[in-house]
Design a protein around this ligand. Structure first.
Ligand code: BES
Ligand code: ZN
Ligand code: ZN
Length: 476
């Protein structure tokens, strides 16, 4: 989509106008009478075909309100034969809000239709924006940045939506290498099974054991052109399919487990977004990619694994596999990347969905101030986040009689937190305060459209982390 800012009074040609109206303030509008006739009120979306205008009532002009207003506008314009739309408001908007308009449009126009024989042709090609304020280059840049952020999110949606038969760890490695080709600021290393063996990443390897597809440890690095304000490492759970292993999931539980690569995919998207907008941090993404399958050679409940950190793990459920892959990847990242912040992202537990609902990321770690700061900065993206706190009573539940830790709590409650506390066993003392764990099991994928998310993958954790880093950069 092409976005252009149009200064007030400047002439522009367009097929349709989307007018943002605060509440029910229609007194000064050209279509006042028709809007009254249609019962326009707070929250209304009213299409006045005769004047080629769509009126969208907004409760305020905050960034997330604007993103959601764009979702409503595009839904209302569906089927209209319009190529160019003008989005207008009398309100003076700052750059951040202008960017949100582009984000909202680009996110809401996403569709995954590559397997549809008949594709619905996208008619809308260009969006003009005209709001109060003098515009200028800064507004064009803001529109471009919003578009790029949404584009990186849509890129992640494409990856997560791709079927497991095609999207294997090797395919993820290919995509990572393509990113390094596309951006000069990005480099990529891919490691296979032999390397994992050499590195004693036995927990990761155990999960892969019965898969015909080789596991991949993928390491992407983005370096900014100027001096970096710090080094941030993302560690992503890349289960290209999670059948549960021998602790097999039910048919229903297995459905949509192509989305178990949501964390690693977000880590790819963060690199793409950072490189395209030029964030001032050195960013590393470490992706642990494998399938979790069944077979005679599968790892078993009762197995005891010696992880890369040397911590021994009693496997009591092969479906709690994400934490096994992550434990070795966290260990590797601390030793080789040595970041200032280490943030893992994973579709880790059904318990997090049960606790927080389908829409919210669970933010965990040992540094409460960092958790709160992350929530405050990241939620500017519109993504929802909730801080979940560790405690020693729940910590006791992952103790094992025969190993250093066990990978699940049979019938246990507090499953999102016990999973987070399991990961904490692999975080060295000097990284305790630098680490965050994001459980994105709920928001990574949706079976019904909401907000700017169509059905399927949402690209959760891309924009929240970019907003976090942008606010962090402004802080220093
Ligand atoms: N990938 C799942 C978690 C999940 C469930 C993500 C539903 C998205 C939607 C994870 O590997 C898993 O199976 N976790 C188990 C852990 C349990 C065995 C301790 C779970 O949540 O049931
Ligand atoms: Zn699982
Ligand atoms: Zn999983």
């Amino acid at each position: 989509m092409k976005f252009t800012f149009v200064k007030k009074g400047e002439n522009a040609k367009f097929d349709y106008e989307v007018r943002l109206v605060e509440g029910n303030k229609i007194e000064d509008l050209e279509d006042k009478e028709l809007l009254e006739l249609a019962g326009f009120d707070k929250g209304s979306v009213t299409d006045i075909l005769s004047s080629r205008r769509l009126y969208v009532s907004v409760k305020n002009f905050e960034a997330e309100t604007l993103r959601l207003a764009m979702a409503k506008a595009l839904a209302a314009l569906k089927g209209h034969d319009v190529k160019t739309v003008m989005i207008s408001a009398d309100e003076e908007l700052c750059e951040k809000r202008i960017a949100a308009l582009a984000e909202g449009v680009e996110l809401s126009s996403y569709k995954f239709d590559k397997y549809k024989s008949e594709k619905k042709e996208e008619k809308l090609e260009e969006v003009l924006v005209s709001t109060g304020g003098n515009g200028g280059e800064a507004f064009d840049r803001a529109l471009e940045e919003g578009r790029l952020l949404a584009d990186a999110t849509n890129y992640v949606r494409d990856i997560v939506n791709e079927m497991p038969q095609i999207y294997t760890p090797a395919k993820m490695a290919e995509d990572a290498e393509a990113l390094a080709k596309e951006y000069d600021s990005v480099t990529c290393e891919v490691f296979g099974k032999e390397y994992l063996k050499k590195e004693n990443m036995n927990a990761f390897l155990a999960v892969n054991q019965s898969s015909p597809n080789e596991p991949k440890l993928i390491h992407l690095t983005y370096k900014p052109s100027g001096e970096a304000k710090g080094k941030i490492a993302y560690v992503g759970k890349g289960l290209t399919y999670d059948s549960g292993g021998l602790s097999l999931k039910t048919g229903g539980g297995m459905l949509h487990m192509k989305s178990d690569k949501g964390g690693a995919s977000a880590a790819l998207g963060i690199i793409k977004a950072a490189a395209s907008i030029g964030l001032p941090f050195e960013i590393h993404s470490v992706l642990g990619c494998t399938e979790n399958m069944i077979g005679a050679d599968a790892y078993k409940p009762d197995d005891i694994l010696k992880s890369r950190e040397g911590v021994t793990i009693e496997v009591n459920n092969t479906d709690a596999e994400g934490r096994l892959v992550l434990s070795d990847c966290l260990s590797w990242t601390q030793d080789y990347v040595k970041p200032d912040y280490m943030i893992d992202m994973a579709t880790l537990t059904g318990a997090c969905i049960a606790g927080l609902g389908d829409y919210t990321t669970g933010v965990m770690g040992n540094n409460f101030d960092l958790q709160l700061k992350f929530k405050r900065y990241a939620e500017k993206s519109g993504e929802l986040l909730s801080v979940l706190e560790f405690n020693d009573y729940l910590g006791k539940l992952i103790e094992s009689d025969i190993a250093d830790v066990r990978n699940s709590v049979p019938g246990g409650s507090g499953g999102a937190i016990t999973a987070g506390m399991f990961l904490d066993k692999f975080v060295k003392d000097e990284y305790k305060d630098k680490w965050l764990h994001l459980d994105i099991a709920g928001p990574a994928f949706t079976t019904s459209a909401y907000g700017n998310n169509p059905v399927g993958a949402t690209g959760a954790a891309v924009r929240s982390n970019i907003y976090f880093m942008k606010a962090l950069a402004e802080e220093k």
